[in-house]
Design a protein around this ligand. Sequence first.
Ligand code: NAD
Length: 484
Amino acid sequence: MPDIAAYWQNHIDGAWVDGGAGRIAVTDPATGETLAEQALADAADVDRAVQAARRVHLAGALRDMRALERGRMVQAMGRYLLEHADEIAEVLTLEQGKPLWESRGEVEGAALYFEYYGNQASTLEGRSIPLGAGYFDWTEHEPLGVSAQIIPWNFPLEMTARSLAPALATGNACVVKPPEMTPLSNAWFAHAAQAAGFPAGAVNIVCGYGAEAGAALAGHPQVNQIVFTGSVPTGVAIARAAAGNVVPCVLELGGKSAAIVHDDADLAAFENDIRWGIFFNAGQVCSAMSRVLVHESREAEMLERAETIAKSLSVGPGVERPDTGANMGALVSPAQRDRAAEMVARAEQHGARIVTGGRPLNRPGAFLEPTVLAGVTPDMEIAQEEVFGPVLSVMSFRDEAEAIEIANGTDYGLVGGVFTADLDRATRAARAIGAGQVFVNEWYAGGVETPFGGYGKSGYGREKGREALWNYVQTKNVAVRLRA
Ligand code: NAD
């Protein structure tokens, strides 16, 4: 049993509290053993958290502060995370399964959101509109009030930071609903807010079941804005709840994103894109490179390289993988592993060829071999549905038009990529791909500064970058009639 607290509470109005719905066991997916217990919020707990946030908002504690100072506090939260990176990373690895070095990277990634949005706080300026000598008119941006943030289990720290940092920077009070499978690491956001000097109630962390605490939060009449990151069916439920209360919501949903690899692509360099694009976080990444569309003339070489990369990864418990390297941890749960393995088996039945992988490891824990599938066709389930695991589907194409048609032939549209030495071809593809972000010659190019979000069933609204600031504010125009 690792040396972490046996019981973790929720954080409401500045206090650590039990949950009205009892407790849930949090499991280490690398061993299948119980790690700790987490308090589970019920609807009454959620209501208390929303009321606490609302009080902070109505008191003007954040809204009336100089933006520069608010920004400094947001930045201090990021520094707090970095100061506690080792302990946070260990807990994240134990609850989620990723290698320790990936968890450290996630803590650093989360801190970056606080650094970036802390800097942005004072840049959200209004403007004056000329209405002639008889008027003085200005437009300004006000925080919406209470921001509700519902978080998935794959990157619990980065996904929370991505919304929490801009929401606080723009002066909102927040209620975060962490995922029930990986809730523990979110506790540090409450500690960070306290250490940075935010008032009690500005950052509330309430873990509970999605259907209970999540639904209560999404449908709460005093929530003013919702950010949801997760699956499409839950996103639809959130959008309905938001519509019921006439509040805006941002939906960051799944993806089935494709890289188009042309005949002139640098395939040696592309090995790195395979490594990160589909095997980082064991493929549990919404913007994973889950499909590769390769020109038929390079397919054999590309498959050979993909096989080499997949086989080079040492798969095992994240805690035993402290150093950056060619390794991969467990999936988040046995259910997630089995779902991925079953999708691979069905793909094989429908005519795909397993180049490598496809089987659970013969040891305890939710491990799946890094997997590459060839001969996938666009109509197969594996080409249409998100696996959310370390499974790469490879398809070939004859010409540019066919590549774009396959790339755009799913319900999703989160990201896309094009790999070529031809700038014209890359630009044409970037314009034609139906996705919120297109990577040219490097999967995951970009950062916290670049806007991110989906087309189609990948959702709507944008997080990251300056675009995200607009999610958390409403616009007010003031027109003053001047006396002559
Ligand atoms: P999920 O939809 O099952 O759960 C996400 C969150 O919603 C959890 O906190 C859950 O408790 C909560 N929830 C569940 N039902 C709810 C309800 N009825 N009302 C309110 N809240 C509810 O998703 P998941 O399995 O945790 O995450 C995996 C999915 O998330 C994948 O599809 C992945 O692509 C997507 N994702 C998207 C992004 C992005 O930025 N676009 C990032 C990470 C993950």
